[in-house]
Design a protein around this ligand. Structure first.
Ligand code: ZN
Length: 258
């Protein structure tokens, strides 16, 4: 599935205690892990990260105290049993700020047998507030007993993700909206007609970030109009709308004075 499919599943309220994320490339797997983490800590509890609450903002900045990514120690070929025991101890503790604590394990397929058995113990009796995300290039290297306790998400390689282009498009759009420049909006939205579903998802995320950073420059009315529009845009993305449809909606929702 693509990231947007995962987002849609989360949006339907489906959050598991443990995931194995595989397929695609390491970067995409990390993004999937981060998406699950944000969904798990978001205060809105809608299944998809709202992008604006305190927990979402911290998660996006990579400073949320209840989200950790466990990485293999430098020069070590495998995650060791000590690493996994320490993880188990941390996972048992009630989260600091959010309702859930998220533990992402990068290169989880590089756990040695002892480490996997320690991980298995965590998965057999997971604390109710904990979510585990195992990122794995080769999930077949994980014990069957570990795999059977996780929801496996197989990501399909994405078409080239034009991150910078999307960030720039979001910036253009926000700038035009701030200036109340309808012509600028039309121009910025023309670039969106060919966006794939995944790109639409990323664009709305980028727009949320821009909206948050620039919200001080907007009147309360125009700020509300923007956040309401993004809420609807989110729903459209999760309903699998394509770029042209999304662009058309944004145009009608954001153009013109109140
Ligand atoms: Zn949130």
């Amino acid at each position: 599935m693509e990231l947007s499919d995962l987002a849609r599943r989360l949006g339907s309220g489906q959050l598991f205690h443990a995931y194995i994320i595989t397929g695609a490339d390491a970067e995409t797997r990390e993004r999937a892990g981060n998406l699950i983490a944000r969904a798990a800590v978001c205060q809105a509890e809608r299944g998809v990260p709202c992008g604006v609450c305190r927990d979402c903002v911290k998660a996006e900045r990579g400073i949320h105290p209840d989200i950790e990514t466990v990485r293999r120690e430098k020069d070590a070929a495998f995650h060791t049993v000590d690493t996994m025991r320490a993880l188990r101890a941390r996972a048992a503790v009630v989260p600091n700020e959010a309702r859930r604590g998220v533990h992402i394990i990068a290169e989880a397929d590089l756990m040695n047998a002892q480490a996997q058995n320690a991980m298995l113990k965590v998965l057999e009796e997971p604390p109710s507030h904990a979510v585990f995300v195992l990122l794995a290039d080769n999930p077949e290297m994980l014990l069957e007993t570990v795999r059977s306790r996780c929801e496996t998400v197989v990501l399909t390689p994405e078409e080239a993700v034009l991150e910078e282009k999307l960030v720039e498009a979001a910036r253009e759009l926000t700038r035009a909206y701030l200036r109340e420049d309808d012509l600028g909006l039309v121009k910025a939205l023309r670039a969106l007609e060919k966006l794939s579903k995944t790109e639409c998802f990323d664009l709305v995320t980028a727009l949320r970030r821009e909206a948050l950073q620039n919200s001080g420059q907007l009147t309360p009315e125009r700020r509300k109009r923007l956040t309401d529009t993004l809420d609807t845009a989110d729903k459209m993305v999760f309903a699998n709308m394509k770029g042209g449809v999304l662009g058309g909606y944004l145009l009608s929702a954001l153009c013109g004075a109140e």
